[in-house]
Ligand binder design. Structure first.
Ligand SMILES: Nc1nc2c(ncn2[C@@H]2O[C@H](COP(=O)(O)OP(=O)(O)OP(=O)(O)O)[C@@H](O)[C@H]2O)c(=O)[nH]1
Length: 226
C-alpha cells in the first residue's frame, strides 16, 4: 500500500489501515424473544461452552471470534441483543446499522417465541436491512425433547417462506456444539463469498480516509457449503 499522505501521522494511519484490512470483520446480530437462548448460543460459538449462568442482556453484549475460511482470517463480531423491550429500545438503531447478517432465534419449547418471529422480522425490515443481508432461523433448546412445541415441519415452512435456512439445535447439549458452530460458519462463508472489502476514497480529500465499506461483488457467486 502506498502512503496516502505525508508525515508520520499519515504513515501511521496507513499502517493501521493496512493491518485492519488484513482482517475483515463481519457483524452478525442475534435477535429474538427474551430467554430463547441468544446469549447461550453466542457464548457457545465464541467461548466454546455453555455459560454457567446468564442474566437478561441489557442493550447488547459483544462477542467475537476469529475464524479462518479458505486461508483468510475473518473476525466474526457477534452482537447478542436484548430480547426484553425495556432493555433494547434505545439500542435498536445500533443493532441494525451496517449489519452483515442476522440470526433469528426462537425456543422450540415455546410457541410464542416462534409466533413472535413475525414481529422480529418486521422490525428488521423496518430498519432498511438490505435484502441481500443473509438471514437464518435458529430453533434452540432441542435438548428438551419432551417439551417441544414447535414442530420442525412448521419451522421449515416458515423458514422457506422467508427465504432463510433453518437450524434446530441446542446451546446446552455439548453434542450440538458443532451444529452451533456451523450456523455462524455458514453465515461467514456466505459473507466471504458475497462481499469484497472495498476501500474507498482513500486518496481523495487530502489523503484522509473517508470510508471503509463492504460491497456486493457481482462476479463472486455464493459458494457457501451449506
Ligand atoms: N435446556 C436448555 N436451556 C437453554 C438453552 N439455551 C439457553 N438455555 C437457558 O435459557 C435461559 C435463557 O438463556 P439466555 O441465553 O440468557 O437467553 P436470551 O435469549 O439471551 O435472553 P435475553 O438476554 O433476555 O434476551 C437460561 O436459563 C439458559 O440456561 C438450551 O439450548 N437448552
Amino acid at each position: 500500500m502506498q502512503p496516502s499522505g505525508s508525515g508520520p501521522a499519515a504513515a501511521e494511519l496507513d499502517a493501521s489501515l493496512e493491518q485492519y484490512l488484513r482482517v475483515r470483520i463481519f457483524k452478525i446480530i442475534v435477535i429474538g424473544d427474551s430467554n430463547v437462548g441468544k446469549t447461550c448460543l453466542t457464548f457457545r460459538f465464541c467461548g466454546g461452552a455453555f455459560p454457567a449462568s446468564t442474566e437478561a442482556t441489557i442493550g447488547v453484549d459483544f462477542r467475537e471470534k476469529t475464524v479462518e475460511i479458505e486461508g483468510e482470517k475473518i473476525k466474526v463480531q457477534v452482537w447478542d441483543t436484548a430480547g426484553q423491550e425495556r432493555f433494547r429500545k434505545s439500542m435498536v438503531e445500533h443493532y441494525y446499522r451496517n449489519v452483515h447478517a442476522v440470526i433469528f432465534v426462537y425456543d422450540v419449547t415455546k410457541m410464542a417465541s416462534f409466533t413472535n418471529l413475525k414481529m422480529w422480522i418486521e422490525e428488521c425490515n423496518g430498519h432498511a436491512v438490505p435484502p441481500l443481508v443473509p438471514k437464518v432461523l435458529v430453533g434452540n433448546k432441542c435438548d428438551l425433547r419432551e417439551q417441544i412445541q414447535v414442530p420442525s415441519s412448521m419451522a421449515l415452512k416458515f423458514a422457506d417462506a422467508h427465504n432463510m435456512l433453518l437450524f434446530e439445535t441446542s446451546a446446552k447439549d455439548p453434542k450440538e456444539s458443532q451444529n452451533v458452530e456451523s450456523i455462524f460458519m455458514c453465515l461467514a462463508c456466505r459473507l466471504k463469498a458475497q462481499k469484497s472489502l472495498f476501500y474507498r476514497d482513500m486518496e481523495r480529500q487530502q489523503g484522509k480516509v473517508q470510508k471503509l465499506e463492504f460491497t456486493q461483488d457481482a462476479n463472486n457467486k455464493n459458494s457457501c457449503p451449506c
